[in-house]
Design a protein around this ligand. Structure first.
Ligand SMILES: Cc1cc2nc3c(=O)[nH]c(=O)nc-3n(C[C@H](O)[C@H](O)[C@H](O)COP(=O)(O)OP(=O)(O)OC[C@H]3O[C@@H](n4cnc5c(N)ncnc54)[C@H](O)[C@@H]3O)c2cc1C
Ligand code: FES
Ligand code: FES
Length: 491
């Protein structure tokens, strides 16, 4: 066991003891290190002013992720490298290419957001990511600039791949990689300070044992929900168990027609494989928060959080996914729809955690359709999310999985609508006949996002939309995304 959090900060090793495990990286940088270039705007992962680049070793290379320092707890940095804006300038305080690009495009006025933009650009530059316009929009969606309204920053990002690595930086990068290699280990991190303790195991066996011993502990994966409990609700978390280092929870495995995603796989890491099998699902996840949030947030956290407006559960239920749970040495597997019992209640026993998600690959990619309704495209919470997976055989509905978020206390199948459709001709008449069954399935609430009446009406219209998209492949029914051309739903 190790009792100090060790990471690189701007190339120098830090080993920290005695700090609260819920100290955020942002507070540590500003208050303990005096690195005030990293700003606090919202303290809830929305504005990007606190963006830093976090490097980690992946397949022998260093990968840099842009992360919101305001919702990263210090123990989550074990074995990683943090780069802040202070590190970027070269000899004689010459500007880094990512800084120069913003100067040239007049991307900085009051300057409050600028370090965050620079660090987002830096992460993409470091990873040698070539960005098209869509990629630039995705990269910067989580960095808000009130002064310039983002235009100049977007122009700066569009030239991102043209930057040359300065000679002085190449040596620093080699040193960063060597430093990271010395920090890797398989021991459990076990921290104890006045009134708080935190564990960060590296294996699933150790995780299971620790959680059995401390079943009241708060599990922390990407902290894009838990972080806000601390920064916004000021909750005191006595015992935490961080899941990010657990090897087995970070695996993506594809065998025998099933895609298995470990619970700690982030949205960024899941995106490629989901896009390959279910482009529509990936498209749904693309605006999940922003790049900084998707680099930290996990699918396992989204399920375990159990929000009725979480975006991944409806799509996963529509695909017939299973959740794998583990308590000590015991594993159990249940259909994801049975995991959600009631508002804030999931079928999870004391000391039991989400180990993985299993997604059958039997659904043809074009058959899954996901429609998220929110007031903005980027960074907005769902009002209604409808996911449809309807199999049509010889003109008749053979099977239907229709799942909604935002319509009930849990993500929920429209069981009565499904029953009304199965066995019927796949026709407008059948759709119209099934629509009243929505009133049996759902009694949504009115809240600030939408009224009950709107929710019900839109749910019915989404079924109509799915039908029309399946029948008129070239009908342009969407403004954003790749849904403009759609192939037939029939399997
Ligand atoms: C700016 C911003 C934008 C967001 N946008 C969206 C959005 O568009 N759509 C959306 O659905 N969500 C959104 N979220 C919420 C959040 O990103 C998701 O719920 C995310 O998937 C949570 O994952 P995490 O790894 O960060 O979970 P954490 O915050 O680490 O944990 C969340 C909960 O799950 C528990 N938990 C985590 N892992 C496990 C496990 N393996 N087993 C058991 N329990 C576990 C934790 O104890 C906690 O209760 C947003 C959040 C932010 C800050
Ligand atoms: S301070 Fe706004 S995202 Fe961190
Ligand atoms: S330059 Fe002022 S907020 Fe962006």
């Amino acid at each position: 066991m190790r009792d100090a959090v060790s990471f690189l900060l701007n190339g120098e090793k830090r080993s920290l003891r005695g700090l609260s495990p819920t100290t955020t990286l942002l507070d540590y940088l500003r208050e303990s290190e005096g690195l005030c270039g990293t700003k606090e705007g919202c303290a809830e992962g929305d504005c990007g002013a606190c963006t830093v680049a976090v490097g980690e070793l992946r397949d022998g290379r260093v990968r840099h992720l842009p992360l919101n320092a305001c919702i990263q707890f210090l123990p989550m940095l074990e074995g990683k490298s943090v780069v802040t804006v202070e590190k970027l300038a070269g000899p004689g305080r010459s500007l880094h290419p990512c800084q120069e690009a913003l100067v040239e495009t007049h991307g900085s006025q009051c300057g409050f957001c600028t370090p965050g933009f620079v660090m987002s650009l830096y992460s993409a530059y470091r990873n040698e990511t070539r960005l098209d316009r869509q990629g630039v929009n995705d990269l910067l969606a989580g960095n808000l600039c009130r002064c310039t309204r983002n235009g100049p920053n977007i122009t700066a990002a569009e030239t991102n791949h043209d930057y040359q690595t300065p000679a002085w930086e190449a040596a620093e990068l080699a040193a960063e990689k060597a430093g990271l290699q010395t920090l890797q280990h398989d021991e459990t991190l076990a921290l104890e300070t006045a009134g708080q303790r935190c564990f960060a195991p590296a294996s699933i066996e150790n995780l299971a044992t620790i959680y059995q011993r401390y079943p009241d502990a708060v599990l922390v994966s990407g902290a894009t929900d838990v972080g806000l409990w601390v920064t916004k609700q000021h909750r005191h978390l006595e015992t935490l168990i961080h899941l990010g280092r657990v090897r087995e929870l970070n695996r993506v495995i594809e065998t025998d027609g099933v895609l298995t995603l470990g619970a700690a796989v982030t949205y960024s890491d899941a995106f490629g494989v989901l896009d390959h099998h279910f482009p529509e699902f990936a498209e749904l996840l693309r605006p999940h928060g922003d790049t900084q949030v998707r680099s930290a947030a996990t699918l396992g956290g989204n399920l375990a959080n159990g929000s009725p407006i979480g975006d991944s559960p409806p799509a996963l239920i529509a695909l017939g996914a299973f959740v794998v749970l583990r308590a000590g040495p015991h594993q159990r597997r249940l259909p994801l729809e049975d995991f959600f019992i009631d508002y804030g209640r999931q079928d999870r026993k004391a000391g039991e955690f989400v180990e993985a998600l299993e997604i059958p690959l039997s659904t043809p990619p074009e058959r899954l359709r996901c429609y998220k309704l929110s007031k903005r495209f980027d960074q907005d919470i769902t009002a209604v999310l409808g996911c449809f997976n309807i199999a049509v055989d010889d003109g008749q509905v053979a099977a239907a999985r229709i799942v909604f978020g935002g319509m009930a206390a849990t993500p929920k199948r429209a069981a009565a609508v499904e029953a009304a459709l199965v066995g019927q001709a796949w026709s407008e008449a059948s759709i119209e006949a099934a629509l009243p069954r929505f009133d049996a399935d759902f009694a949504p609430i009115s809240d600030m996002r939408a009224s009950a009446d709107y929710r019900l009406r839109v749910a019915k219209n989404l079924l109509r939309k799915y039908f029309h998209e399946s029948h008129a492949p070239l009908a342009e029914t969407r403004l954003v995304g790749r849904g403009a051309t759609i192939s037939a739903v029939a399997s």
